[in-house]
Design a protein around this ligand. Structure first.
Ligand code: ATP
Length: 345
C-alpha cells in the first residue's frame, strides 16, 4: 500500500500566559508561556510530486510566501534531513531537482517519481506538493505559520510512512520554529526557552469558550519584541516565572479564576503599536467576558466566556460595536495536528 496524499488539520494557539525575560545575547528572549490550542484550524494536504511546491488558499493567502520561505516547506526539508540521518535512506531533496532525468523527460507535471522503495516497502522520499487551506489569520498572534509547519511534519511522516513518534516529530519541529512543537502536541502545555521546551500542563478536563476578535491589520512579532525591549529599557527585567494562580485555575477547571489570571507581557507593546486594540479589549470586558488579552504578539484579541452561549453573545456584541474586523468563537483545549484524510493506491 502506497500513501499518495495526506490531509492534516491543525489548530491555532493562544497563550494563556506569556512572560518574557530579558533580551539574550543571541537576540532571543527567554519565555515562560502557557500554550492552549483552540478550535480554529488550517488544513494542510501533502501529495507525492516530482518536486516540492506550496499552494496557499483561504484567509490571508496573499500574505503567505509560496516558496522555500513558507514554514511548511521548511518543515518538509527538516523532516527529510532527519529521516535521512536516521535511516541513511535515499532522499531526493528538491534543492537539486533540476537533474538530467527530469529534464530529459520534460516532466513538469505533479506526478511522483517512481523511486526505489525503502526497506520494508515504505515509499521513496521524493518531492511533495503542499496545499495549505488557511483559516488562521496571518500574522495575527495565533501562530498560523507554525501550525502549518507542524501539519506538514505530521502529514509527511504519514506520506513517507517514516514512523517518527510524536516526541521525535517535536524534536524536528523545534528546529523549524519556537511554536511548531506545540502545534504538534496541542492541548495545554507550558513552554520554556524560546517556547520550544514543552511540558504538558496538569489541567482539569474542562472546556473553555473563547471569542477571537480579529483586527484590521497585522503586527510583526520581531517588531513587537523590539518595542517591549524599548518600553523596558530603563528597568531591570527578572527571570520569567510561571503564574501559580493561572496553573491552579487550570487544575481546578475554574474559568472565572482563569479569566482573571490571563497575562501577556507583549500586550503593552502590541497596544502601543496598535492603539485601536485598547477599545477592543475594554469592549470585550464590558460585554461580559471573564477576561481578555492580546493573543501572543497580536493584534488578535481573546476573550474568555463562561459558556458557549455567552461566547456567541460577546462575539455578536463585539461585531456590532465595530471594534474589530471579524470575530470567531472557539473552544479549547483541542489536540494538535491530526490526520483527517488520506488516499492510497
Ligand atoms: P508568530 O508565529 O511569529 O507569533 P504570528 O502568529 O503572528 O507569528 P503567522 O501567521 O505565523 O503569525 O505569520 C508570521 C509570518 O510568517 C508572516 O509574515 C508570514 O508571511 C510568514 N509565513 C511563513 N509561512 C507561513 C505559513 N504557512 N502561514 C502563515 N504565515 C507564514
Amino acid at each position: 500500500m502506497i500513501v499518495t496524499s495526506v490531509t492534516v488539520r491543525v489548530p491555532a494557539k493562544i497563550n494563556l500566559q506569556l512572560a518574557v525575560g530579558p533580551l539574550r545575547a543571541d537576540g532571543y528572549h527567554d519565555l515562560v508561556t502557557v500554550f492552549h490550542a483552540v478550535s480554529l484550524y488550517d488544513e494542510v494536504t501533502v501529495a507525492a510530486a516530482a518536486a516540492d511546491s506550496v499552494t496557499v488558499v483561504g484567509e490571508g493567502a496573499d500574505q503567505v510566501p509560496s516558496d522555500g520561505d513558507n514554514l511548511a516547506l521548511r518543515a518538509v526539508h527538516e523532516l527529510r534531513a532527519a529521516i535521512a540521518e536516521r535511516d541513511d535512506v535515499l532522499v531526493d531533496d528538491d534543492d537539486d531537482d533540476d537533474d538530467e532525468d527530469e529534464d530529459a523527460a520534460g516532466d513538469e507535471d505533479e506526478e511522483a517519481p517512481a523511486g526505489p522503495l525503502r526497506e520494508g516497502g515504505a515509499p521513496y522520499i521524493g518531492g511533495v506538493a503542499v496545499t495549505i487551506s488557511k483559516r488562521i489569520p496571518v500574522a495575527g498572534g495565533l501562530a498560523g505559520g507554525s501550525a502549518d509547519a507542524a501539519a506538514a511534519l505530521v502529514a509527511c511522516n504519514e506520506l513517507w510512512q517514516a514512523g517518527l513518534s510524536q516526541q521525535e516529530l517535536c524534536d524536528v519541529a523545534a528546529a523549524v520554529g519556537s511554536d511548531v512543537a506545540f502545534a504538534v502536541l496541542g492541548g495545554t502545555a507550558v513552554g520554556r526557552g524560546r517556547g520550544e521546551r514543552l511540558s504538558p500542563a496538569l489541567v482539569a478536563p474542562a472546556v473553555y469558550h473563547w471569542v477571537l476578535a480579529f483586527a484590521d491589520g497585522y503586527l510583526s512579532t520581531p517588531a513587537v519584541y523590539g518595542t517591549l525591549d524599548k518600553l523596558r529599557a530603563n528597568r531591570a527585567v527578572g527571570t520569567p516565572e510561571l503564574s501559580a494562580e493561572l496553573m491552579s485555575a487550570l487544575r481546578a477547571g475554574d474559568a472565572e479564576r482563569l479569566g482573571a489570571a490571563l497575562s501577556n507581557d507583549l500586550q503593552a507593546p502590541a497596544v502601543s503599536m496598535f492603539p485601536a486594540l485598547r477599545k477592543t479589549l475594554s469592549a470585550g470586558i464590558e460585554f461580559g467576558a471573564l477576561g481578555g488579552l492580546v493573543s501572543g504578539s497580536g493584534p488578535t484579541c481573546l476573550f474568555l466566556a463562561s459558556s458557549a452561549a455567552r461566547a456567541s453573545d460577546i462575539a455578536v456584541a463585539l461585531s456590532g460595536a465595530g471594534v474589530c474586523r471579524a470575530v470567531a468563537t472557539a473552544a479549547g483545549p483541542v489536540p494538535g495536528a491530526l490526520v483527517v484524510r488520506g488516499s492510497v493506491v
